[in-house]
Design a protein around this ligand. Structure first.
Ligand SMILES: Cc1ncc(COP(=O)(O)O)c(C=O)c1O
Length: 420
């Protein structure tokens, strides 16, 4: 008899049941058979991909949750007809509430984080043939946003064992064509934006602070997104504040705002945030701080649990009142000698919702960009990162216990996984 079943995260097993024994075929999400295990019933010490039971059985919270506040707010927009207007009440309401939440005077709501980055660059006066510096490991759309303007991406390395742009790599990348620097907070790591702004201002450059992954984080004592000359946010479906789609740019600089307005206005706003999206976002400004605290507490526990690991490295940044990350993804890096894919497959098999990070820009053609330095750490980030998706950081203690157990079990079984 043939049984097939999907584990939550994509890996699945097919079991061939003979009268008194199983043969287990392990399949990666791609469908490729990775291993075949003839023999008796799965042993409970085995990795799930080798026929053992999955370590994570507790339910992973759905994202987005069924926030009653959001239902009420969207319901009110339906009831008063603002949902069907070009400039419906909730957009203004969200714009004001977001500005107050971040303590910034100017907010430009828009259709996505990707467009927010492009508008922010345009707002900072980036023109065709200008150069924009960004990290060799970053959200792919940021590279495209630079290109969309006709400007040239200039790549520099990220910090060692990290994800954010390395301040020390910037001076050698700056020349007379440089116009702006994109600084992204990624995977729970925060960039020292104030230090980068200081350098940028000494060279008459602008900084776009990409806070798409970290609404509500505190960066050097200030809300994420508010230290750069322009800050960007995403309200995409998986994000910490979600409207399914959406984004925003914030700034203190009226001239940046005016240039964005001109870029976006084509008889009408070309990349708007809709009234229904705005209505869904307003109440999340109240739920976000508590959720960020819970995610941070879970991330702290995970980091402690993995601190002695020989297989996984976590970010070792100091977190305190002035530096409070928000976790869209919790990042781990695989220790150099092990291959990432088998570890990812093993974690997926255990029911851990993980995936690999960005691919980085190391292989982009030099016709499209300029590379400064070796991008050694960006390469490592692209090849060795494993990301845990944030909803499981909102689970109860039993879920966190099981996640920690799953990492420990995969680590124990590491010698059965591939080495580089
Ligand atoms: C750092 C960063 N910037 C920008 C974006 C783009 O946001 P959106 O998906 O809303 O276009 C993302 C999306 O994941 C991101 O992680």
């Amino acid at each position: 008899m043939l049984f097939g079943f999907h584990l939550k995260t994509g890996c699945y097993q097919l079991k061939w049941l003979k009268p008194d024994s199983w043969t287990t075929f392990l399949c990666a999400p791609s469908g490729i058979v990775i291993e075949k295990h003839p023999g008796d019933k799965p042993h409970t010490d085995c990795l799930a991909i080798q026929g053992g039971p999955a370590a994570v059985t507790a339910e992973i919270p759905a994202w987005p949750p069924a926030w009653p506040e959001v239902a009420r707010s969207v319901g009110a927009a339906l009831a008063d007809g603002s949902w069907g207007q070009y400039h419906g009440r909730p957009v203004q309401e969200f714009t004001e509430a977001f500005a107050a939440y971040l303590d910034v005077p100017l907010v430009w709501p828009c259709s996505s984080g990707t467009i927010a980055v492009e508008l922010a660059l345009r707002g900072c006066g980036v023109q065709p043939a200008d150069e924009v510096i960004l990290a060799g490991y970053d959200f792919p759309g940021n590279f495209r946003a630079v290109e969309a303007i006709g400007a040239r991406p200039v790549l520099v390395d990220v910090q060692p064992a990290g994800y954010v742009i390395d301040l020390r790599a910037l001076p050698q990348a700056i020349n007379e064509r440089t116009r702006a620097i994109i600084v992204s907070h990624l995977h729970g790591q925060l960039a020292d934006v104030a230090a980068i702004v200081k350098l940028a201002e000494s060279r008459d450059l602008s900084v776009v602070e990409d806070a798409c992954q970290v609404p509500g984080a505190i960066v050097g004592g200030r809300p994420a997104g508010t230290t750069g000359h322009a800050g960007t946010f995403s309200f995409g479906g998986s994000k910490l504040m979600t409207a399914g789609r959406g984004g925003a740019v914030v700034t203190r600089d009226e001239s940046i705002m005016q240039r964005m307005r001109i870029a976006a206005e084509r008889g009408n706003d070309a990349w708007p945030l809709s009234a229904l999206q705005a209505a869904a976002l307003v109440p999340q400004l109240s739920t976000l701080p508590g959720e960020n605290r819970r995610r941070l507490a879970a991330a702290t526990r995970l980091r402690e649990a993995l601190s002695q690991s020989a297989l996984f490295t976590t970010l070792n940044d100091a977190w305190d009142e002035a530096w409070q990350p928000a976790f869209y993804k919790f990042a781990l890096q695989i220790t150099g000698e092990f291959e990432r894919q088998p570890v990812l497959d093993a974690l997926c098999g255990e029911g851990v919702p993980v995936d690999s990070g960005f691919r980085g820009f190391m292989r982009r053609s030099l016709r499209r960009c300029t590379v400064c330095g070796t991008l050694e750490h960006a390469t490592r980030a692209a090849e060795q990162t494993i990301l845990l998706h944030h909803p499981c950081l909102l689970g109860d203690d039993p879920l966190l216990d099981q996640l920690i157990h799953a990492f420990a079990r995969v680590e124990q079984g590491r010698d059965r996984l591939g080495r580089v």
